[in-house]
Design a protein around this ligand. Structure first.
Ligand code: ZN
Length: 169
């Protein structure tokens, strides 16, 4: 069995909640905590039973869960900035994180003060503000929003059967 097959986990009200491995989905079903909404990932046989492998399952109870905050990491910042230096616009590796207002000048380590920068631009800007360095940001850095949509969208290219649950209105 392909235990790493991914399953879309829906809340009781059919809102997409998470993505889990098929093994966890089967455990949830087996314990009566979830029900199969769609199968189609094939079957799994034991000596005595045949299981249809789910692609979508729904919890039988409602989970209240706030949307996770995006943690400010290098990777998340690069993703937000689409792996593009926010000063010169190039996608030159290696990329670095630049504090727009340098930390030694009181700039905070927060989404609104951090941008992706190539080594060259980071070095040129050094301990100055963009204005002092005569450099312009491509866009004002903001905290990326987290929506159910943004959580599931990376999967929708390959998991077309999930789309109607993610985009349900
Ligand atoms: Zn650059």
């Amino acid at each position: 069995m392909a235990t790493n097959t991914l399953v879309l986990l829906l809340n009781q009200n059919y809102e997409p909640l998470n993505v889990c491995h098929v093994r966890r989905a089967l455990v949830l079903i087996d314990k009566g905590k979830a029900e199969m909404v769609e199968n189609g990932a094939g079957i799994f046989r034991t000596t005595s039973r045949i299981f249809h492998l789910p692609t979508v399952v729904r919890l039988r109870y409602h989970v209240r869960r706030p949307l996770p905050m995006r943690r400010l990491t290098r990777r998340e910042a690069f993703i937000r900035d689409k792996y593009r230096c926010q000063y010169c616009g190039n996608e030159v590796r290696p990329l670095t994180l630049d504090h727009v207002v340098p930390r030694v000048r009181g700039g905070k380590h927060e989404w609104e003060n951090v941008v992706t920068a190539c080594m060259g631009c980071n070095h040129r800007k050094a301990g100055r503000t963009p204005r002092e360095a005569g450099m312009t940001l491509l866009s004002k850095p903001t905290r990326p929003s987290t929506t159910p949509y943004s959580l599931f969208v990376p999967y929708l290219e390959s998991r077309t059967e999930w789309r109607k649950f993610v985009f349900a209105d």
